[in-house]
Design a protein around this ligand. Structure first.
Ligand code: IMP
Ligand code: MG
Length: 183
């Protein structure tokens, strides 16, 4: 792997996450929320966002995999990938979502397949409200008509790592968001 180029600095992330936190705090003033993180990529974003909320909040986590449809990481890097839309639940929530204000926290909104699947699954559990917070958004990659309610940054079609996002499970611990060069 060659060197990574910084796309979004840790300072930019901190500032934007604080703005999103303030917006969510305003929207849910006086109410309870469930922050529902999508493992594993959203873990760091959830941890930072949660501390910017002046709200009564609980955490839960859900795991999904589209692994069966993805090519090898190097292939994904070269040419992107075409999912057949098959998403699999690997870990379900621990608490009931019924009548809760659920905010799904995701690292990146790409084709939209994952969140479309999750939204359908969660709506069936009758939450009071269901919102999507995504740190990053690659609108040019979208295959499903889906938008985030709270979006940190819109980015071009690049493969990014850091701040929770991985390339073959590595680089999640980088403090900045970096582009992996397409070789
Ligand atoms: P979607 O179902 O295509 O929207 O996929 C979203 C998931 O794909 C994210 O939760 C990430 O795990 C993964 N993903 C998409 N783009 C990137 C990227 O640039 N870097 C790392 N992971 C990505
Ligand atoms: Mg992910």
């Amino acid at each position: 792997m060659t060197e990574l180029k910084v796309l979004i600095t840790r300072e930019q992330i901190t500032k934007r996450v604080a703005e999103l936190g303030a917006e969510i705090t305003r929207d849910f003033a006086g109410q309870q929320v469930v922050l529902l993180g999508v493992l594993k990529g959203a873990a760091i974003f959830l941890a930072d966002l949660a501390r910017q909320l002046d709200l009564d909040a609980t955490f839960d986590f859900i795991g999904v995999s589209s692994y069966g449809n993805r090519p090898s990481p190097s292939q994904e890097l070269k040419s992107g990938w075409d999912s057949t839309g098959e998403v699999r639940l690997t870990k379900d929530v621990d608490q009931t979502m019924k009548d809760k204000n659920v905010i799904v926290v995701e690292d990146i909104l790409d084709t939209g397949l994952t969140l479309t699947y999750l939204k359908k699954l969660l709506v069936a559990r009758q939450p009071r409200t269901l919102k999507i917070a995504a740190l990053l958004d690659k609108p040019s990659r979208r295959k499903m008509p889906l938008e985030g309610d709270y979006v940190g940054f819109k980015i071009p079609d690049e493969f990014v790592v850091g701040y929770g996002l991985d390339y073959a499970e590595r680089y999640r611990n980088l403090a900045d968001i970096c582009v992996v060069p397409r070789v």
